[in-house]
Design a protein around this ligand. Structure first.
Ligand code: G4P
Length: 541
């Protein structure tokens, strides 16, 4: 590495210092587990929303940055994500908000690439659900630490021991409870903090958790505990804690940081209970932005120059200006408008525009941003998802992976004269990550472009945006494939396996082949028959 100018060294130290003050995370959950409610309560503790649950705050959160699209308004869904910032325990916390609707989980996958940790939120009656499982797998790919918050404990759910067994068996991660629910068999009495060895007693508020409750905290050894909980609940708690101490997974920081062990918390976001012990523990243990790997060498937050990557592109966020916003996660250095940087994919140099942060529909121009922060910048079409933006020579971050879609459709255009517009629209929208684009012709799908999505609503958005932004009336013909894998191996073998009604072959924008299967069973059977082929669910760009 070349010699740095003295000024760079000072900035580098400052960037390292600022990075240590930041925590950037996302919440992963199945719809209805309480993500909106928990987000509100976290903001309440951070002082960002003074009265959590107020209609205004709630609506703003449910539709964070989202009303930009007619469809979202009509359906009440949130497609875009933004970053919510709050301060707690002397730290700047960036909560990367993700779409509430599971059909837009591709967006969540990419957002997870920008997070340093994740909070897995579960409903205490449902445990691990389909969407949690998928998002967990994506977080796990990155080996980021995962906290677990078991929500809705104000009402009885699955027993906590059974619930933890379920998580461990389903996800293959060890669980280490930090707090533990206390019940008398008929109702929720509070949580026991195993670290502090204290009881947080649940007092049912009258304001549905709109304010921070005065928590009554007492030591387990306090002689009054029996009277406070009732003898039966006290005995059960003691027995369970003993069992956890003897047979449960002890907290192990190395395993936690590697995403192999999850600290578990119990509480109720709605009544605002158990949220504070969680948040206190979170700020004490969540990792600050660390080094990011770029071509085999780590880029430290204090590396001296700016480095960032694009994890999301959003077009037309503001109907008054037809613009595109690229969301950047800063990995090192200092983001400053006017600074000269390079896009490593194109090799082109350009000047950074003013950074913007988003809260609900409001854009807030920020002066400066540091490692761990996420900023949106106006883009005129030169940025793509996964691009590295940097002032440091020879730094290029790993690609943001694509995940095999689960729905496929062939795109048709009524007016053949609009075909060029269709191609341009599909090109832009797939670059932006709204859908994945494939080309057929090798058998199975017939001619014409094929689009793939993780959720069907992505297709509705595509058709609507092609019409409004590219003036193309497109129709989609759904293809009967629900599973896919990228494939590599001997050419003859690929062609032997392709074809038939159950399986088709397409190419992605990079020319890589993807097998489409009618269902998971067909995929498994095909893989058994074609041992020379290599099938992948995740693909780098
Ligand atoms: P989401 O963003 O994950 O989809 O979930 P959201 O926060 O919207 O919560 C889904 C439902 O679960 C809401 O009820 C919410 O009030 C409820 N909920 C969230 N946290 C808790 C909790 O700790 N305890 C209990 N008992 N319920 C909880 P809803 O009836 O669908 O909506 P609303 O009328 O309450 O807004």
């Amino acid at each position: 590495m070349g010699v740095r100018a003295p000024g760079m060294r000072v900035r580098g130290n400052e960037a390292a210092r600022e990075a240590r003050k930041r925590r950037t995370f996302a919440i992963i959950s199945h719809p209805d587990a309480g993500k909106t409610t928990l987000t509100e309560k976290l903001l309440l503790y951070g002082g960002a929303v003074h009265l959590a649950g107020s209609v205004k705050a709630r609506r703003a959160l449910r539709h964070a940055t989202s009303d930009w699209m007619e469809m979202e308004r009509a359906r009440g869904i949130s497609v875009t994500s933004s970053v919510l910032r709050f301060e707690y325990g002397g730290l700047h916390i960036n909560l990367l908000d993700t779409p509430g609707h599971q059909d837009f989980s591709e967006d969540t996958y990419r957002t997870l690439m920008a997070a340093d940790s994740a909070v897995m939120l579960l409903d205490n009656r449902r445990g691990i659900e389909q969407q949690t499982r998928k998002l967990f797998r994506v977080s796990h790919l990155r080996r980021i630490p995962i906290f677990t918050f078991v929500n809705k404990c104000d009402r009885l759910g699955v027993g906590p021991l059974e619930l933890l067994d379920g998580i461990e068996a389903d996800l293959g991660i060890r669980c280490s409870p930090v707090t533990w629910p206390v019940t008398d068999g008929s109702g929720f009495l509070g949580v026991y903090d195993r670290d502090e060895e204290s009881l947080h007693l649940y007092e049912k508020g009258t304001d549905h958790g709109q304010t921070r409750p005065a928590e009554h905290v007492t030591a387990l050894g306090d002689g009054r505990v029996g009277a406070l909980l009732g003898e039966r609940a006290r005995a059960v708690l003691e027995e369970e804690i003993e069992l956890l101490d003897e047979a449960g997974s002890a907290f192990d920081r190395r395993a936690f940081l590697a995403g192999e062990l999850s600290p578990v918390f119990f509480g109720s976001a709605l009544t605002n209970f158990g949220v504070r012990p969680f948040l206190d523990w979170f700020v004490a243990h969540a990792p600050a932005p660390g080094a990011r790997e770029a071509g085999g060498r780590p880029v430290e937050p204090g590396s001296g120059g700016l480095s960032a990557f694009v994890f999301k592109i959003q077009a037309n966020m503001d109907p008054r200006h037809r613009d595109r916003i690229a969301f950047l996660r800063i990995c090192s250095g200092h983001y400053r408008a006017g600074a000269s940087v390079r896009n490593t994919r194109t090799g082109r140099a350009f000047r950074l525009g003013p950074p913007q942060q988003f809260f609900a529909r409001e854009r807030e121009a920020v002066e400066t941003a540091w490692p761990g922060d996420v900023v949106g910048v106006l883009d005129r079409g030169s940025l793509r998802i996964g691009d590295t933006i940097t002032s440091i020579p020879d730094v290029e971050f790993a690609a943001i992976p694509s995940f095999a879609p689960e729905h496929f459709a062939r795109v048709r255009v009524a007016d053949p004269l609009r075909r060029k517009h269709l191609d341009r629209g599909l090109d832009h929208l797939s670059e932006e990550g709204a859908v994945q684009l494939f080309f057929s012709g090798e058998g199975g799908t017939g001619p014409g472009p094929v689009v793939g999505a993780v959720g069907l609503l992505q297709f509705d958005v595509l058709v609507q945006r092609l019409a409004s932004e590219y003036r193309v009336e497109a129709t989609l013909e759904t293809l009967p494939f629900r599973d896919a894998r990228w494939v590599s191996g001997p050419e003859a073998e690929i062609h032997r396996v392709a074809g038939g009604d159950d399986c088709a072959l397409v190419r992605d924008r990079r020319g890589r082949r993807l097998f489409l299967f009618r269902n998971g069973w067909v995929r498994e059977r095909t893989a058994e028959r074609a041992k020379q082929l290599n099938f992948r669910r995740v693909q780098g760009k």
